[in-house]
Structure formats: structure tokens, C-alpha cells
Design a protein around this ligand. Sequence first.
Ligand code: NAD
Length: 511
Amino acid sequence: MKNTNPESASDSKVTSIGHFVNGMNLSVPGDTQDVYNPANGKVLRTVAMGNKETIRMAIDAAEKAFPSWRELPPSKRSRVMFRFKSLLEENSERLARMISEEHGKVLDDAMGEVQRGIENVEYACGSPELLKGQYSKNAGPAIDSWVEFQPLGVVAGITPFNFPAMVPMWMFPIALACGNTFILKPSERDPSAPMLLAELLTEAGLPDGVFNVVNGGKEAVDALLCDSRVEAVSFVGSTPIAEYVYKLGTSNGKRVQALGGAKNHAVVMPDADIDTAANALMGAAFGSAGERCMAISVVVAVGAETADCLVSGLKDRLANIRVGSGCAENVDMGPLVTREHRDKVADYVDRGVQEGAALVVDGRGLEVEGHESGFFLGACLFDHVSSGMDIYRDEIFGPVLCVIRVDNLQDAMELIDGHEYGNGTCIFTRDGEVARYFTDHIKVGMVGVNVALPVPVASHSFGGWKRSLFGDLAAYGPDGVRFYTRRKTITQRWPSSVGRESIRFAFPSND
Ligand code: NAD
């Protein structure tokens, strides 16, 4: 499969990205796919599309590396993570530029992504503490009992395009620090940053084969899900694929956590500071061109006056939003990741108009001077959206914000609870009782109070409810440690005069 693009850069300039297996770059003949600069629509490079054989090579390498990596004291594994963290800091701008060039997000947003990734590495540096286990002395006469956290073996991560550095770092730092070996299958749309992460890990002293990257798409994913040597799979991406990965992976006996899509609602109460809410919603809805799983895509305005003030405040702010290449200075919003995705989002805007919503700000005609072939779409704002509309129900994943008007908090909460997704939500209010009721009862995994993007810090865990997460454990933080380890409980007695065994047929207890 090879994408064609009339605006491709001259072939002599197009380089190819392969895979990273057993501590080195691996290039094997096979299918490739084009990687674009979404700001100008040109092909930057191509990426190899790994197959069953590439995955087999990566699993062989990871399987071979596991026994000695597992045996290392956690403190030594942690030292590799410390060096990796320093290298990430030294290379953070380089990483951010790579992300911005292939994804399209603006540079300070890409820097934020890298920083959030680094925070997960910092958490993993604490693995000697995290893996201490639990101990009970004298669980019985002269009997001691303890729980160990043991690594699983070869584990895999499959990641989306929208955070090509951070989401992999939700997974592999903790998995590696816990003693596992790892295969990353990143998004084929922006593969450069994950390859740099692999190089930096090697520079940090990670032994060959402990971390591997296989680029590709469905074929590579299916090969990972069907190989019995892969013990666990972490997935982040859209809900239909998350569900597929969860079902296929678990039916093959693997531990799977699969994080899916979202439609995140922000409730704005009549007592809220509307200016603060409008400012926060601008970043939460249009930052990264809405291509964030925690992006706010629906505002639920309680009361007509709240809605009128908010819509007018957002409209004013949108008149000043600066759209351009993510790598340029003084830009608020970059392009969408691919032409197909831009067209899909624009189709949703058309559909919203047909469905009868009021398009208050229309970004469809936007052209960015000097970037006429870029995958740009201006910010769009819909008012008077209703719950039966496709623009409300579906995850659009673009710079489109819908305003729904309701009469009271109860209606707002019923609306949110009735949606198939339950990733993030937030409420803007000055009333502590309302905020407490909302956080206590809303059926959503991550909740903000006057915080529009309540993305948990690295020492907590990230995960939605309902069809935003398949599996029992969320990503990173304490759930990450539990996901990438298996508990073993050992009960031990050493012969002594106190605990000498006599024959007993009754069930052992401290009777
Ligand atoms: P995607 O589901 O298209 O792709 C995710 C991964 O799955 C990629 O590595 C891709 O190569 C692979 N894949 C794609 N199609 C496949 C198939 N048919 N079979 C097997 N594997 C396949 O998602 P995306 O477009 O890269 O990312 C955007 C989506 O990710 C959005 O829905 C967003 O909400 C979601 N997301 C969720 C979270 C979260 O934490 N819940 C975080 C980031 C992104």
C-alpha cells in the first residue's frame, strides 16, 4: 500500500523510517506509507508498515532480553530511567519540533506533551519504592507471608497519532521499570518521535531488545494480539479499534487495557465567572485543533442568559484566534493531521448545519496564506445543538465546539450520563455544594471543577468510564504499576521448635 499525493516532495528528499528492534534501526523490504507535513500537505518521509514477520523479530528480541532485564535490581532499572529523563530534557525541543512537523500542533503544545511524558518517566524512576510489595510477619505460627510484584514478560503498546510522544510514555517507562520488555506500535501518521524515544533509551543504557518499535497498522497490531508470547497489551485510540483490540487480545488470553474515544462536556452554571470559563474553553476546545481525547467538544450552558453570554464571549475570542503552521511563531491552532481527517471534520460541520444547529462561527472557508495546501480548518462554533444530532453524538476530533442549552444542573447531568463516552468532564461554578454533587455523581472517569482539562498528573492514573475504556485498570500511575505486574503471594515457614508441623487435616487457620 502506498499513498499517492500530487504534492509529494521530490523523491530524492523523501527518507524512510523503518523499525527499531534489538537496539538498532531495522529496515526490511515491504509496504510503506507516506508521512505528511499537515501544514503544507507535502510528504515529509515514508514509514515502513510492519507485518507478522517484523513483529515476530521484535517479540524474539524482547523475549530474549527479558530474563536478564527482569533480574536487574529495580534501582538499576531506575537508573536507566533517570538517564532517559535527562536525555529527554536535553532533547525536548527537538522532540517537540518533530511532533509539530508531523502532527501539526503548535510548538508550545508539543513542549507541553513532552513535559507530561517526562513526568511519567519521573514516576517510573521511583520503581524501587513502587515495587516494594507487602509483608506480614507471623501470618501464622512462625509463618511469614508476603506479596511480590513480578513483571509479566513481553508487553506491547499501541498508540494514537494525537500524542506521539506522551501516550507511549504513559506506557513503557512504567512497564520497563517494573521489569518487562516492550514492543511499541506507534501511529503510522507521526512515527518520528517514537523512533527518537527508542534511540534515547539506548543512549540511556537500556540493554538491546528491552524496548522495540515496530511501525505499521492493522497487520502489525493483529500480529501482536495473536502471538501467545505477548502477555499484555495497552491500547490508546478510537473506540471501535479499542473494543476490537480488547476483544481479540483478551480472547487470546492477554491482559488488555484499551482506552478509547470521548465526547467531553463542560457544564457552565449561571453563577460561573463567564470570562474565566470562556478563556478556559478556548484552549480546551481548540487547542491542538481539538485533536485531544480530553478536548471539550460540548458546552452545556445552564440557563438562557448563561448561554447567550458564553456564546457571545466565545464568538469574540474566536475572531482573534491565530491559525497557521504549528512550527511558526505566534500561532494558536495548527492544521488537522491529514487531508482525510480534515475533510471528515468539515463534513460534520456541513451535517450540523443540515441538522438545524446554528453555526455561529464557520471555519470552513479558512485559507492560511502561504499554506494553501495545508490541512487547515478554522474553528467552528455551533449553538442550539440538541442531543439527537450526529454532531453531538459522535466524536468529531476537530476544532468544532457545540453548545447545548439546558434549564438546570439535573438536565445537564442526565445529558452527560446518557452519552456513550465518559472520558472527561468539568463544571464551572462558584458553588461548592453544586461542584461536590457533580463530582460525586457524574458517570465520567476524570472530572474538573473550574479546570477544563482535568488530565491526571503522573502519580494518579488516567482513564475514562463507559465506552472510553475497556478493561479494569487505567493508564500510568498506580494503575500502570498494577497493570504491568502480577502479584505473587508467598507463605513461608522455616522449621523451628515454634512452628514444627504435626499432621492436621483441618483447613489451616489461626484457630
Ligand atoms: P485509531 O484508533 O485510528 O488508531 C490507534 C492505533 O490503532 C494506531 O496505532 C493505529 O495504527 C491502530 N489501528 C488503526 N486501525 C486499526 C485496525 N483496524 N486494526 C488494528 N489496529 C488499528 O486512533 P487515532 O486516529 O490514531 O487517534 C485518535 C483517537 O484516539 C480518538 O478517538 C481519541 O479520542 C483517541 N484517544 C484516546 C485517548 C484516551 O486516553 N482515551 C488518548 C488519546 C487519543
